[in-house]
Write a protein that binds this ligand. Structure first.
Ligand code: ADE
Length: 262
């Protein structure tokens, strides 16, 4: 996959040289190219922002440098990229969106500083580049760069060959499959006792069926406790009798004896 990022802070993306994404780049699975937006300005101050029409606080990013930068990048190949513009007013970025992006051969990111990019830029490239304005959460960052890091990591790990263990992707809390819509439960490794805390005995039992059931129970409990809105959505899905017992137990803890966990 090719990824281009146009920003006034290309140095912000140094973390993309590290760890999983850094390795994917070195293996040639991910071709990330950074561009300084100010290269497409033509005044001595290399100005990229101006005051908003209609008044109001803050500054808006000027359309001309963005237009020239995007034109220059997209001219490099015959098939255009998908243009992703991170903004708190975009559609929510979810695992589903990450899976959608992972199918694209080429993504172009346009992270903004200040109050955002002049809206005519999104209008200009809208259908041509399938412009997608996305938000990584209901909070306001100082700029879209951190959102780009989040999105590139979420998408990059889904690309074939990036994760050593393909099962890790299938097990993701938000991936489609048997554990779809469930948060992952607790995990443990050696030693079996640490500072007096024991690993749940079932995980040492070698009984794979019982372990799978225990993991599902824990996932259901955690989802009901921490994300009740996700648990509510499970109600319409294929839940077995035991699933429903575990969920009932979380919502009415006094009604039944504590569920067996070992
Ligand atoms: N830019 C500022 N805040 C953001 C957010 N929550 N998501 C994406 N881009 C942003």
């Amino acid at each position: 996959m090719r990824v281009d990022i146009i920003s006034i802070f290309p140095e912000y993306f140094a973390p993309l040289d590290v760890s999983l994404i850094g390795k994917a780049r070195h293996k040639g699975l991910l071709d990330i190219r950074l561009h300084q937006l100010r290269e497409w300005t033509h005044d001595v101050h290399r100005t990229v922002d101006d005051t908003p029409y209609g008044g109001g606080p803050g500054m808006v990013m000027k359309p001309e440098p963005w237009g020239q930068a995007i034109d220059a990048v997209i001219a490099e190949e015959s098939t255009p990229p998908r243009l992703i513009v991170p903004t708190p007013s975009g559609r929510p970025f979810t695992q589903e969106v990450a899976l959608e992006y992972a199918k694209e051969p080429w993504l172009l990111f346009a992270p903004a500083r200040y109050e955002g990019i002049d809206s005519r830029v999104m209008a200009e490239y809208g259908p041509r580049l399938r412009v997608d304005e996305v938000s990584i959460g209901d909070y306001v960052l100082a700029g879209g760069e951190a959102a780009v890091l989040v999105i590139v990591e979420a998408v990059g790990r889904l690309l074939p060959g990036v994760l050593g263990n393909a099962g890790s992707v299938a097990d993701d809390s938000f991936a489609p499959g048997a554990m779809a819509g469930l948060l992952e439960g607790p995990v443990y490794t050696k030693p079996p006792v640490w500072r007096g805390h024991e690993v749940p005995a079932i995980l040492l039992s070698g009984n794979h069926g019982a372990i799978a059931r225990w993991r599902r129970d824990e996932a259901l409990r955690r989802t009901a406790a921490k994300r009740p809105e996700l648990a509510a959505r499970l109600a319409g899905q294929a839940l077995d009798k035991r699933d429903r017992e575990v969920l009932d137990q979380v919502s009415h803890p006094g009604d039944a004896p504590a569920a067996e966990t070992t």
